[in-house]
Design a protein around this ligand. Structure first.
Ligand code: HEM
Length: 456
């Protein structure tokens, strides 16, 4: 039945006694099971205080994220834990259009082109450094080391010379702690009041304090230099946010600039590090894909430093990254709040309710993605088509990810450097399961070893 037409019914509901125990035991497993049981129908999950709608089919997602996006606001309880770290969710933040415009300026394809080669050189140097610091066969913690590489790659581009390398590392650590600690349980159990302490709360607050201690002085220093009061003064994110004016000439206060800077770092680093950690798990399970990837990288780049000119020819690398984000949809959930009563496919959507669009589930709808559990980069070969809202790795509609092109460029450069210059092999654990939090992280830390490129 087309969206919004026909007789109206209430959504099928998963009762409280079935939903909560399953969600507490294994949140992602429970959501996966509920997605399968719903068979594409919009389903309501009764968690007592919160009764979110679970949405999986691309045509329903299209209605929520694009066609009637104004009625599905990007705010609500599920965003609450994040707000202490990055500020109000974009749907509830009047300054968001201004911040989004600034992010887009920094991350347009044309702008990215101007700094790709500099980023490539930083990445290659840091991959070489990684190879030097760890001997052949020694386990390398993916999350720690990829965080270092990603922060160094984006540092000068995002923040110029306003942040030292040491502070960038401290910022990376603090953001990782903040987005793990109690954040995961608070996001999955958003109805637990903040007055009720949860394990990890203290670590979360300390980490956020550390982020503030690093970012606010940078803003103060930039203001002292007069940035924001006159034209000029750098293309880093702090300068851009300080100079930004909305249509009425309004500008951001220090808190607004701080929230913008931290949003960009959180959105642009955790996601990339997590995605690239999964890569080695996938390549370990699919030696054929690893073989093709290595052949392409050897053929296009070899052991040289990758550059912007190589990127268009790293086609298979890009397909592998796209399929990686289908299976391991790092942004696994996209929550919204229903503004006014609505009807989707005959199902009543009640005002005030939470809607959980889940890329993780949409990427597993079998009639859209045949054999959905199989890892097959060929799904993204040129000429293959599907419903526009079947692939949601970067969301869709007015809040669609502003960093998708940047991610692809950065990830192609990191993968080409790591595979071209070293022999990364999964050290363990094989077949690790994902765990749902802010991003879809591996349940246990992933380690790889890095042999020299001439080792077999
Ligand atoms: C693996 C990489 C990434 C994934 C999977 C990812 C995923 C997503 C998703 C699903 C959304 C939509 C959220 C929603 O609609 O509620 C989003 C939004 C966003 N992403 Fe990304 N992202 C990635 C990388 C990046 C990078 C590298 C940056 C910046 C450099 C970035 C910046 C943002 C920002 C600022 C938003 C908020 C947009 C808004 O609310 O208007 N992301 N991302």
């Amino acid at each position: 039945m087309p969206v919004g037409v026909g007789s109206v019914r209430e959504a099928r509901t998963v009762p409280f006694h079935q939903s909560l125990p399953r969600l507490l035991r294994d949140p992602l497993g429970a959501i996966e099971e509920m997605g399968r049981e719903s068979d594409g129908e919009i389903t309501r999950v009764n968690l007592g205080v919160l009764r979110p709608y679970l949405v999986t089919r691309p045509e329903h997602v299209q209605h929520i994220l694009r066609d009637n996006a104004a009625n599905y606001r990007r705010e609500g309880l599920m965003w609450k834990p994040l707000s202490r770290l990055v500020g109000e969710p974009s749907g509830a933040d009047p300054a968001w259009p201004l911040k989004r415009r600034i992010f887009q300026t920094l991350l347009t394809g044309k702008n990215i082109e101007t700094y790709t080669d500099e980023m490539a050189a930083t990445i290659a140097a840091n991959v070489d450094d990684l190879g030097r610091r760890y001997g052949a066969g020694a386990p390398v913690d993916c999350s720690d080391e990829l965080t270092r590489i990603v922060y160094r790659a984006i540092l000068r581009i995002f923040i110029g010379d306003r942040l030292s390398l040491a502070d960038a590392d401290r910022l990376g650590e603090a953001i990782t702690i903040a987005t793990t600690s109690s954040f995961r349980s608070r996001m999955l159990l958003p109805f637990v009041p903040h007055a009720v302490p949860l394990p990890g709360d203290h670590a979360f607050h300390q980490a956020v304090q550390k982020v503030d201690d690093i970012i606010f002085p940078i803003i103060e220093e930039a203001r002292r230099q007069g940035v924001g009061e006159r034209e000029g003064g750098g293309h880093d994110i702090v300068s851009l946010l300080l100079r930004a004016r909305d249509d009425e000439g309004g500008k951001l206060d220090d808190q607004g600039v701080r929230d913008g800077v931290v949003s960009l770092f959180v959105a642009g680093t955790e996601t990339t590090v997590t995605a690239l950690s999964w890569l080695w798990v996938v390549l370990d399970a699919h030696p054929d894909v690893m073989g093709r990837l290595r052949d392409e990288i050897e053929d296009v780049v070899g052991t040289a430093q990758p550059t912007r000119a190589h990127l268009p020819r790293l086609r298979y690398t890009k397909m592998v990254l796209q399929e990686l984000l289908r299976i391991y949809s790092v942004g696994w959930i996209i929550p919204r709040i229903v503004d006014r009563d609505d009807v989707i496919d005959g199902v009543r959507m009640h005002r005030g309710a939470t809607v959980a669009v889940s890329p993780y589930l949409t990427h597993r709808v079998p009639d859209v993605w045949p054999d959905p559990q199989a890892f097959d980069p060929e799904r993204f070969a040129p000429g293959r088509s599907r419903h526009r809202f079947a692939y949601l790795a970067f969301g869709a509609g007015p809040h669609q990810c502003v960093g998708s092109v940047f991610f692809t460029v950065e990830a192609q450069l990191i993968v080409a450097s790591m595979i071209g210059r070293l022999r990364p092999v999964l050290h363990g654990p094989a077949g690790v399961r994902p765990q749902a939090g802010l991003t879809l992280k591996p349940r246990e830390p992933i380690a790889i070893s890095l042999d020299p490129v001439n080792a077999k």
